[in-house]
Design a protein around this ligand. Sequence first.
Ligand code: HEC
Ligand code: HEC
Length: 312
Amino acid sequence: MSDFVSDFWSYYIAAIALAGIVWCVWLLLSQTRMRGPDAGGPRQVDAQTDTGHVWDGDLRELNNPLPRWWMWMFLGSCVFALAYLVLYPGLGGYQGVLGFSSQGELAARREAAQASQHEVYARYLAMDIKAVAADPGAREIGQRLFLNNCAQCHGSDARGSRGFPDLTDGDWLYGGDPATIETSIAKGRHGVMPSFAAAIDAKAAGEVAQYVRSLSGLSADPIRVARGEPVFKTTCVACHGGKGQGNQALGAPNLSDRVWLHGSSEAQIVKAILKGHDSRMPAHEEILTPERIRMLAAYVYGLSAGTPVAQR
Ligand code: HEC
Ligand code: HEC
């Protein structure tokens, strides 16, 4: 209501609402006055009450007054409507005596929900995060939070897909200790690999790709590997390291293991070199309370704790 730029619409709406109620009361009173000659006793059928309509031989339509119970119910609902409009917002911009607002109610409910959850979380906040990861109750909460907030990208089993990292395999772009996972969730991540199309042509890119494949023992053509190696050693080592082992400070993936974020085929690696990559994990500190982020970090940590890097 208060979104209106001028007061006119506020008054306009208030006037329509009130006029509607007044009209209803007037209609009711005007109809109750058309009573038959007798108020009680057996009804007389005369010219005033008989409308003259007859169906099926002897079924006559009479013009009887409204039943009293109905009339009082109708008046009662008008009184209710007026009382409601005094107490709650409903007349244009008028806020109502009770100061109710749906946003206020939502905020109050959310606060109450968070307060009640706080009790549940308080127990886990006092525990070491690795112990939280092993607690079945905490895992259940973590899984629910994960399904609601993370599954759309990482999959409901957290195993990820092309471009979305598997969180269960023990192989980390940024690091798998609980604190780093918590930072990944709270602050988000932005993995950028620049395009090298200006420096490396398609043929050379294919050769570097062969070298990259050889790093993790995938089938590769030895001649092209030998040609690609010097390019890798000059262009790629800065981020991916001398042996392609990656760099967690930059989120540069380990290229010497069997875990691939964007794919291990020559074409997929050539695409990485020529087009680059730009992957974003959204920050969640604005959406989730710190308590929830900690529960999620514990859950994600627990998914792979003790799991050796998956061999795939
Ligand atoms: C919109 C998609 C999206 C959502 C939603 C999302 N993530 Fe991510 N997440 C990503 C992407 C993409 C990356 C990889 C970023 C990169 O390559 O730099 C990532 C990376 C991560 C990492 C770092 C992995 C590593 O190997 O270091 C963690 C941990 C993580 N996400 C956990 C979560 C959790 C927990 C949630 C739910 C609160 C979540 N993510 C929600 C897309 C998402
Ligand atoms: C400035 C740092 C940087 C340089 C230099 C760099 N990369 Fe990357 N590279 C990254 C980052 C960061 C990612 C992860 C992108 C993401 O999160 O999606 C990546 C991803 C990749 C991937 C995908 C890995 C996977 O698991 O699917 C390949 C392949 C790759 N780089 C190869 C190369 C090669 C070959 C070169 C040299 C020509 C190179 N990179 C140079 C930072 C770099």
